[in-house]
Design a protein around this ligand. Structure first.
Ligand SMILES: Nc1nc2c(ncn2[C@@H]2O[C@H](COP(=O)(O)OP(=O)(O)O)[C@@H](O)[C@H]2O)c(=O)[nH]1
Ligand SMILES: [Mg+2]
Length: 422
């Protein structure tokens, strides 16, 4: 999923910032209509899961306060709307008392699981609040890792496992916790599809947890169930399979060197044949670490696919021959690429939502590839690639195989002062 890109993807190369890569990838979006593009006011690389870019996003949203009304989080199912909602709920974007009152949105790897729509009131960013927020951000950014509490450090390390780009999201306007238990039903703030979101349930005006002033002119931020993409491979998978395909941990890139005549399988969900070319080329797989990659030759590929899927060696789909009978066959698409150098990828081949493969080839080298995804799912060639230097993040070649040892990209915490020793 393209959305993976904004989920704290690994940093690559020293000269290109992840933001720059993201912006250039967005500009090259083919199918976006001109109406959408002309209405676009900003593009941001964030990870709601690790907090990367979130404080910047909150500041950006607050600068638009004067021209904005209610805010809706839109996008395909599984793009991370509910995670974003939850992170915003715990940030300075939300009215100070609301996080204690409002239920978290359900985050689930299973598409379309956001059943009850939630909303929270957005804080009015007055001059005083903006000033206090900036003071806090300055203070936070001056801290070093050693100055964090044990809990904060633990949390930070947990975030690093989930993504390489990490940010700490804090709150400036924390209220004193009231000593009495608040008797509040979070369902009051959810609405069903046929209710007008602009006309929230009357009951909650009688609740004293939000004061009259707090909700009177409030603007709301809504989570939504999202749009189901018809051509997404996840639609073909069982819940167990989806759990393997969607990465829950930071992806470790896996690079292979292939000669013409070789084939790479990503689980049983994608296949790339290197048909014609002069020299070997590098194929870097960015997909859930739980999905196996198998390299073979053209002459063996079909038999391997059949045998391996029957014996579940390729892990997804699960269920052997029986399962494969009902699973759509892989369909091919030819791709021609021209290499730009041994350290910079020329394109990403996106195998629906199973992941993508960055292709790096010698300068001027012409490659003919044939890529496959299950029938009815989207195969996209993304040029320029999202992470052009990803193939350089690898260890030594494993002798006698086309594989390199893997290497974790270094993680980066955006709002933390690095000490010399790190
Ligand atoms: N790595 C990473 N994963 C994310 C991020 N946002 C969401 N996810 C994961 O993507 C999956 C779908 O997220 P969810 O918020 O339920 O998406 P929704 O269907 O759009 O509401 C969950 O497994 C999340 O943990 C992110 O910023 N980074
Ligand atoms: Mg959701």
């Amino acid at each position: 999923k393209t959305h993976n890109l904004c989920q704290g993807s690994p940093l690559t190369g020293s000269s290109t910032s992840p933001e720059a890569c993201w912006a250039s990838a967005c500009k090259s979006i083919g199918g976006a209509s001109s109406t959408i593009l002309s209405a676009l006011v900003d593009i941001r690389l964030v990870s709601a899961k690790t907090g990367y870019g979130m404080e910047g996003l909150v500041s950006r949203l607050q600068r638009s306060w004067k021209c904005a009304g209610d805010v809706y989080l839109l996008g395909a199912t599984n793009s991370g709307k509910s995670t974003l909602f939850n992170t915003l709920l715990r940030s300075d974007y939300c009215k100070s008392r609301a996080p204690d009152i409002i239920d978290r949105a359900t985050v689930s790897p299973w598409p379309g699981t956001t059943l009850n729509l939630l909303k929270f009131p957005i804080i009015n960013p007055t001059c005083d609040r903006i000033f206090r927020r900036q003071e806090r951000l300055k203070e936070e950014a001056a801290k070093t890792e050693d100055q964090l509490s044990i809990e904060e450090k633990k949390y930070l390390n947990q975030l690093k496992k989930q993504g390489y780009l990490v940010g700490r999201v804090g709150r400036t306007f924390q209220q004193q916790k009231s000593s009495t238990e608040i008797d509040f039903d979070p369902d009051m703030l959810s609405y069903s599809m046929d209710e007008d979101p602009r006309d929230p349930p009357k009951k909650h005006e009688e609740r004293e947890e939000f004061t009259h002033n707090e909700v009177k002119d409030a603007r709301w931020c809504f989570d939504t169930p999202g749009i189901v993409k018809e051509d997404c491979v996840l639609n073909l998978l069982t819940e167990k399979e989806v759990k393997l395909v969607l990465p829950s941990h930071a992806i470790v890139p896996r690079t292979f060197i292939l000669k013409p005549g070789m084939v790479l399988f990503l689980a049983a969900l994608g296949r790339i044949d290197y048909l014609e070319g002069e020299k070997p080329a590098w194929f870097s797989v960015l997909a859930s670490n739980l999905l196996p990659v198998h390299v073979t030759t053209l002459s063996n590929a079909d038999t391997i696919y059949e045998k391996h899927t029957a014996q579940e060696f390729l892990k997804v789909p699960m269920g052997g021959e029986e399962r494969m009978k009902e699973f759509p066959p892989l369909v091919p698409q030819d791709i021609t690429l021209k290499g730009i150098g041994t350290t910079e990828a020329v394109a990403d081949i996106k195998l629906s939502s199973a992941g993508w493969v960055a292709v790096t080839a010698h300068a001027e080298e012409e490659l003919l590839l044939r890529a496959y995804t299950p029938k009815g799912t989207a195969l996209v060639v993304r040029e320029p690639p999202l992470l052009p230097y990803i193939s350089t993040i690898r260890g030594a070649r494993i002798p006698g195989t086309p594989a390199y040892r893997t290497k974790k990209p270094p993680s980066f915490v955006e709002n933390l002062r690095t000490t010399g020793s790190r």
